[in-house]
Design a protein around this ligand. Sequence first.
Ligand SMILES: [Zn+2]
Length: 202
Amino acid sequence: MSQAPLLRPSREEAEDAIRTLLRWAGEDPSREGLLDTPGRVVRSYEEFFAGYGEDPSSILSRTFSEVDDYDEIVLLRDIRFESHCEHHMVPIIGVAHVAYLPSKRVVGISKLARVVDAFSRRLQIQERLTAQIANTINDVLQPHGVAVILEAGHQCMTTRGVHRPGVSMVTSRMLGVFRTNSDTRRELMSMLNRPSVATAHL
Ligand SMILES: [Zn+2]
């Protein structure tokens, strides 16, 4: 199904929409403390949703092929991410663990974190976010396998609705050898279960 490109509203229209929501909440948008709020909210949206302007595949396009036959798991763990749930537009905050088993090419580790950012700075559900990160790494780097595990708290569950703080949701997507080879998956899990040196010393 092809869709016409969405017409982006002007900044002024976006700020007007925030004034409408302020009135909906019971506020007076002309109150002094709220005068600059629509502008701030719209600028925050530019930051929260910057991912729509990024191409995650191109982030991974620069790779290194001279890795002296490194053929073990590369794991970047505890990558903090901030996203927003597409059902309530409230934050999803958590950590991502991203692993892959290179075949020929490796990528700078900061690029893996940037791929997480590019997809998380959009309206998301955690399941899709997990799959998008894994699929993109798989498509671009064509490694032997990719594993992505996300653990996050959803403010739509903690601050509204069922009000259950302290609950986190874990999702994972395993591709290639991480899906087919239980030894590889076990090795990944033991790497993840080790205490992190980063938080302790670095
Ligand atoms: Zn939600």
